[in-house]
Design a protein around this ligand. Structure first.
Ligand code: TYC
Length: 101
């Protein structure tokens, strides 16, 4: 009985597909101290010291670095909070988000 796939089953399955994940991207600038970037990454994204350093130095050298992926809401909240932490300290530190393909 439950092995008969109906139109409704297909519809239901589509509704429960996982939401697209969004990348949080760290953008380089010439003013924010390296150590401050590392501190923000550790505080907001719960990375280790080494991981935070690796992300910071990648953005520093290449211009941007993907920090992590989250659902849309969480990615946007974390990017805003991390950007605001820089702003509060007088730095132009910037985190953006973009949907994963
Ligand atoms: N480029 C900055 C400096 O030399 C450090 C830095 C790295 C700033 C990464 C932002 O996303 C960033 N002080």
């Amino acid at each position: 009985m439950s092995d008969i796939v109906t139109k409704q089953d297909v519809k239901t399955r589509r509704k429960v597909e996982r939401p697209k994940l969004h990348k949080v991207i760290l953008v380089n600038d010439d003013f924010t101290p390296r150590e401050f970037v590392v501190q923000v990454l550790k505080a907001e994204f719960r990375t280790t010291d080494d991981e935070a350093y690796r992300i910071m130095i990648t953005a520093h050298q290449r211009g941007v670095c993907v920090v992590a992926v989250f659902t849309k809401d969480i990615a946007e909240t974390k990017a805003t909070r991390a950007t605001d932490a820089g702003k509060a300290a007088g730095f132009p530190l910037l985190f953006t988000t973009e949907p994963e393909e």
